[in-house]
Ligand binder design. Structure first.
Ligand SMILES: NC(=O)c1ccc[n+]([C@@H]2O[C@H](COP(=O)([O-])OP(=O)(O)OC[C@H]3O[C@@H](n4cnc5c(N)ncnc54)[C@H](O)[C@@H]3O)[C@@H](O)[C@H]2O)c1
Length: 217
């Protein structure tokens, strides 16, 4: 079962399910039906059942899903039971915003190091995160065993920085730059493009109105 290939759209919904299950668990709820879950997370119940089916028969007919066992399962799948340190490269406008935010809703991911070339900010601590000079990047990433980075540098140097990250063994890059960076197969890149998201929203509103459509790969 561990080798089951999960569609990208399903994988993207897992944190949404996880957050709501956490909420239910905190509220002392023991079980939840797919319809109830669908209402809460705004994903239709057929999609939820299909998503969950990738992980085996987790629900029981007429009973719904057991909140604690589902939560334990997602915790493991999403690696929520261990803290993941990530690094931020490029502490400008966007980088600062991400540092301030520092995923405080999540207790399992945090930015533990940031890097820049601007000597006005290197050597300082911002929002509790040390800002190192890029000259120290390789060493710090290795010492801190960081495998995931958030890339918020100007696009003209994004590839150059990426090459250094690849050399040091980074496994995942959350790429905010508009450049579609080139990496070997061993590295996974997730692109974040707010303009794109906004245009997708406009497209769906235009085409389907407020009913929208649930995202399916
Ligand atoms: N994905 C999105 O929706 C979205 C939204 C806004 C900005 N962006 C992109 O994010 C990136 C950052 O945008 P911004 O507005 O924060 O820019 P910015 O100019 O404010 O910040 C860039 C930072 O990178 C640093 N930097 C420059 N060269 C560097 C290098 N070689 N190594 C490390 N750091 C270096 C600069 O000193 C600066 O602190 C840009 O590529 C921009 O296009 C994406």
């Amino acid at each position: 079962m561990a080798t089951t290939k999960i569609p990208h759209a399903t994988a993207k919904r897992l944190p949404i399910y996880y957050r709501y299950l956490h909420f239910l668990s905190d509220a002392g709820k023991q079980r939840v039906s797919s319809t109830e879950l669908a209402d809460a997370v705004k994903v239709d119940s057929a999609t939820i059942r299909r998503d969950f089916s990738y992980f085996g028969a987790l629900g029981k007919r007429g009973y719904g899903y057991d909140v604690e066992s589902l939560l334990a399962f997602f915790k493991k799948t999403l690696k929520q039971d261990k803290l993941t340190n990530v690094a931020l490269i490029g502490v400008g406008n966007l980088g600062h915003a991400l540092l301030n935010y520092n995923f405080h809703q999540s207790n399992n991911v945090r930015i533990s190091a940031a890097f820049d070339i601007n000597e006005d900010i290197t050597g300082t601590i911002q929002s509790g995160v040390p800002i190192y000079h890029m000259d120290d990047m390789k060493e710090q990433l290795t010492v801190q065993q960081i495998e995931i980075v958030i890339l918020t540098v100007p696009s003209n140097i994004a590839q150059e920085v990426t090459n250094e990250l690849v050399e040091v063994g980074i496994k995942g890059i959350l790429n905010f730059t508009p450049l579609r960076i080139t990496v070997p197969n061993s590295v996974r890149v997730q692109n974040v493009d707010l303009t794109n998201e906004l245009q997708t929203l406009i497209y769906f509103l235009d085409k389907f109105g407020q009913e929208g459509e649930s995202e399916v790969d």
